[in-house]
Design a protein around this ligand. Structure first.
Ligand code: COA
Ligand code: MG
Length: 281
């Protein structure tokens, strides 16, 4: 198995926790993080069995980080899911249907300081809570957005407009998730691309997300992992340019603005360049 990457996971691969076959594949994949799902992809009558499978997994010895998506705070399954939090190999919890930072706080009271990745746009009310995740004491590590549950919650017949692009409501949810995560100082993670056979569509969506500031993306199929990892890894040209910018400022520590390759660079460019170098593997 590969070494675990430092820093924020680029690819977060969902795997239904009731499928031992899929779990074996996910654990062996190149995903930076896998999310064992106990929520929407597992039928109610399968949930106890799925928890049993997770409890029986051998301890993790490298490879992707392990996260568990539990059922929402108000679900009848939630309390039983929390038993899994004590497993040594579980890195963090994914909380679906989060509506505000108070939900993360409530979860943290039950689970201690284990990192939390909240899915923050799945209910109508959630869209009004995106600035509430800023709490320096919170174990929140990442925020992602979901369109499927939101469209069901809103009674929409489709997420798309007549041109096939996401409708305004879902673009809004996506942007609010991005800005809310940055405001909270946690990783912004783009939502799933459901059409897992459409590789070029996934690539375009992942690259667009990265240009906007997302640093990772949810995946639902192993075939999506390599595309996502590539999209969120800076290219050799980007790394070279970032090095140039950082060196230029190092050479002139007192400068506020400089010229690099015939272009103006100032402090925001330096911040961007440092971020690029951090993300480079
Ligand atoms: N993790 C690990 N392995 C997976 C996988 C996943 N998310 N999705 C598919 N695989 C495996 C399949 O079991 C299959 O294995 P095999 O070659 O040994 O038979 C292989 O990858 C190829 O799968 P494929 O036949 O292309 O897809 P499928 O029809 O078996 O599965 C889905 C399609 C959508 C049902 C499946 O990808 C899936 O369960 N995704 C995750 C869904 C989820 O967790 N949703 C909740 C978050 S939105
Ligand atoms: Mg869901």
């Amino acid at each position: 198995m590969t070494e675990v990457r430092r820093g924020e996971p680029r690819s977060w691969l969902f795997v239904p926790a009731d499928s031992e076959k899929k779990i074996a594949k996910a654990v062996d994949s190149q995903a930076d993080a896998i999310i064992f799902d106990l929520e929407d992809s597992v039928a109610p009558q399968q949930k106890a069995m799925a928890r049993g499978i997770l409890k029986g997994l051998p301890e993790r010895t490298g490879g992707p980080q392990w996260w568990v998506r539990i059922n929402p705070l108000d679900s009848e399954h939630h309390k039983d899911d929390l038993e899994l939090i004590g497993l040594a190999s579980v890195h963090g919890i994914v909380l679906p249907k989060a509506e505000s930072g108070a939900d993360v706080t409530q979860l943290a009271h039950r689970t201690g300081n284990i990192p939390v990745h909240a899915i923050v746009t799945e209910t109508a009310a959630s869209l009004f809570g995106l600035l509430s995740y800023r709490d320096p004491k919170s174990p929140l590590a990442a925020m992602s957005w979901g369109a499927e549950d939101l469209s069901a919650a809103l009674g929409a017949s489709s997420k798309y407009d007549e041109d096939g692009a996401l409708s305004f409501t879902y673009k809004l949810a996506r942007s609010l998730c991005l800005a809310g995560a940055i405001a909270a100082g946690v990783q912004p993670v783009d939502g799933v691309f459901a059409d897992f056979r459409d590789e070029s569509g996934l690539r375009a969506e992942a690259e667009a997300a990265r240009r906007e500031g997302f640093t990772g993306k949810l995946a639902i199929h192993p075939a999506q992992v390599a595309v996502i990892n590539a999209a969120f890894t800076p290219s050799a040209d980007e790394v070279a340019h970032a090095r140039e910018v950082v060196s230029a400022f190092e050479a002139q520590p007192g400068a506020g603005v400089l010229s690099v390759g015939g272009r103006m660079v100032d402090r925001p460019h330096l911040t961007q360049a440092q971020r690029t170098l951090q993300r480079a593997t």
